[in-house]
Each structure stands twice: as structure tokens, then as C-alpha cells.
Design a protein around this ligand. Structure first.
Ligand code: DP6
Length: 306
């Protein structure tokens, strides 16, 4: 059986767990699923276990996490898994989200067809919190109670570009940095701010108010990176080049090109813009010599292919 799930990029960030098992986020988060940047996973029932990611065995650390995840569905690990990412793996392009969403759907379909939706979402989030959002297409809210809901948004009008500053895996997993952030006194204030932003974001998305959507996305992004900066010994995710590009986008925006920036647990920069502006935005982004991936917003979340 083959399953596929899209990557999703958060406009309102998930950064912190209120509960580790089952995973519950400390604030709501809101994302867009991206078409064409996805994970395709083939599962074959077997007497033993094997796993490959892009044709290679995963690292010991990734394998431990995968095995714990797969045991939620098959205690004896009776499955062979071959997973392939269309984009770069573990470089802040959300490949763990698409990877765990695809794997979760494949395992449910193979071992637990009657699993109810809430339990399925919960199991998926135990792999990676952000993976829960890749179960749906379009704009998705992952709420503090662990549920996912479609957010009213005319997503067909938008595209997202990813400027690939790095393809190499990140130094420190977002999981550890996230856990460190939750111990900070500032964390409670981040929660208040990010909850308010998520409510305002849903209102702005419903009325297609792009300048508010963009401003809230940039604010949630900078606030998340500011929290990570409060741990003085851990290197920042954003590099000089990420910040340089962000400034360049802001300058072009001040001159009338409507586009907004986000960034996750890595140096890559993601730019949200209206499809109508594609022919002005994409050539501008290409002047920076980094590879530029341009994606529509996916209509469909995780699904069984065959
Ligand atoms: C910066 O979903 O990777 O991409 O639940 O610990 O696996 P775990 O975290 P993960 O964190 C994603 C963090 C982020 C923001 C986001 O996608 O909302």
C-alpha cells in the first residue's frame, strides 16, 4: 500500500507542549499544506521490520522514535516501510510532518481501520506535533485540545516559495529546543500572545485580509525565534543570510510587492504571496542565488494512493 502526505508550513507557530504523551500543544497553531512537497510511503506487511528513508536506513535516534511511533499500531513491528521525501529532509522544510502523517495513515489503514478520527489524530501527533496538521489540506488549525479543523481561507489564491539556504540536517532537533523554551519564565507570555494571534489569524483568513495575515505570521515567527534566543547556549536557527533575505523582502514590500516571510527550525526562508503576484515575486526571489521552490497550497491532506 502507498500513502502520501503534504508538508505543512505554520503561519501561527506550534512551539511548546502542554503535555508530552499524548502530545498536546501549548497554543493553537495554523498552517498551510503545500502541494508537491510531500512524503510518499510504501508499506508492506511482513514477519519482520525494516525502514528506509530516501533509500537509506535512518539514524539510530530517528529509528528509536520511529519504532516507538509504529508500535502504537503494530506491537510486533510486522511491516516494511519505504519512505521518500520530495524535498530536503530535516532542514526546516517540515519533512517530519509529512513523513509521520503519511506513515500514520498507512499504519492505520493496514492495522487499525476502525480507529476513530480523534485517536488517529492523537497517534499522528505523537510522532511529530506538526504532523497532525498534514492530515488535512488547505489551512488547518491544530488546537490545544489536540483536534484539527479546517480553517476558512481562500487558499487557491495563494502560493508559498521556499528559499533553500541549506539542505543539511539541523544541528539540534526542534523537540529539544522546544522543551527548553517551555521552561523559560517568558513562555507563559508567549502562550498568551500566540493564542491571541491565532484567533486574529482565523478572522483575517476568513476575510482574506492579506496584510493582517502576513503581519501575524511574521510576528508569530519572530516571537518563536525570540524564545529560542533566550537560551544563550544554543545556536540560532536563522543565519545572517536568512535575516538578510528577510530584510530584502521587507524592503521590496515597502515598495509595493505584497509578500511575507516565515521560517521554522532551520535557516530556510518561506515567503507567502498571492498567486496574482507570482510573476513579480518569483523573479525577485530568484535574484538571491538560492534555489527557490514554489508551491500551490494543497487541496488534499494525507491520503491512500494505492
Ligand atoms: C518550528 O512538530 O517538529 O516547525 O512535536 O516535537 O515533533 P515535535 O515538533 P515539530 O515542531 C514544529 C515546530 C515548527 C513550527 C510549526 O510547524 O508549527
Amino acid at each position: 500500500m502507498t500513502v502520501n502526505a503534504p508538508v505543512n508550513i505554520a503561519l501561527i507557530k506550534y512551539w511548546g507542549k502542554a503535555q508530552v504523551h499524548p502530545v498536546r500543544p501549548s497554543t493553537p497553531s495554523i498552517s498551510l499544506s503545500l502541494k508537491g512537497l510531500d512524503t510518499t510511503t510504501k508499506l508492506t506487511p511482513a514477519d519482520d521490520f525494516s525502514f528506509t528513508l530516501n533509500g537509506e536506513p535512518p539514524s539510530d535516534e530517528s529509528l528509536d522514535r520511529l519504532v516507538r511511533f509504529i508500535r502504537q499500531y503494530t506491537k510486533d513491528l510486522n511491516v516494511h516501510v519505504e519512505s521518500v521525501n520530495a524535498g530536503p529532509t530535516a532542514a526546516g522544510v517540515a519533512s517530519s510532518a509529512s513523513g509521520y502523517a503519511a506513515l500514520s495513515l498507512g499504519l492505520k489503514t493496514m492495522f487499525d481501520t476502525h480507529l476513530d478520527w480523534a485517536a488517529f489524530v492523537e497517534k499522528t501527533a505523537n510522532g511529530s506535533g506538526s504532523a497532525a496538521r498534514s492530515l488535512l489540506g488547505g489551512a488547518v488549525l491544530w488546537d490545544e485540545d489536540g483536534t484539527i479543523t479546517p480553517v476558512e481561507f481562500n487558499h487557491a489564491n495563494y502560493q508559498m516559495a521556499i528559499l533553500l539556504l541549506s539542505r543539511s540536517p539541523k544541528q539540534m532537533s526542534s523537540r529539544e529546543k522546544m522543551a527548553a523554551s517551555t521552561k523559560l519564565p517568558e513562555f507563559a507570555r508567549w502562550q498568551v500572545r500566540n493564542r491571541l494571534r491565532s484567533t486574529r489569524m482565523m478572522e483575517a483568513m476568513a476575510r482574506d485580509d492579506f496584510s493582517t495575515i502576513g503581519a501575524l505570521m511574521e510576528a508569530s515567527t519572530l516571537d518563536m525565534h525570540a524564545l529560542t534566543a533566550l537560551d544563550p547556549f544554543s545556536p540560532p536557527y536563522l543565519t545572517k543570510e536568512s535575516i538578510h533575505l528577510w530584510h530584502a523582502v521587507r524592503e521590496a514590500r515597502a515598495k509595493g510587492l505584497a509578500m511575507y516571510v516565515t521560517a521554522d527550525a532551520g535557516p530556510n526562508i518561506k515567503v507567502l504571496f498571492k498567486k496574482a503576484d507570482h510573476d513579480r515575486v518569483v523573479p525577485f526571489l530568484k535574484t538571491f542565488t538560492h534555489p527557490v521552490l514554489v508551491h500551490d497550497i494543497a487541496d488534499e491532506g494525507a491520503h491512500v494512493c494505492a
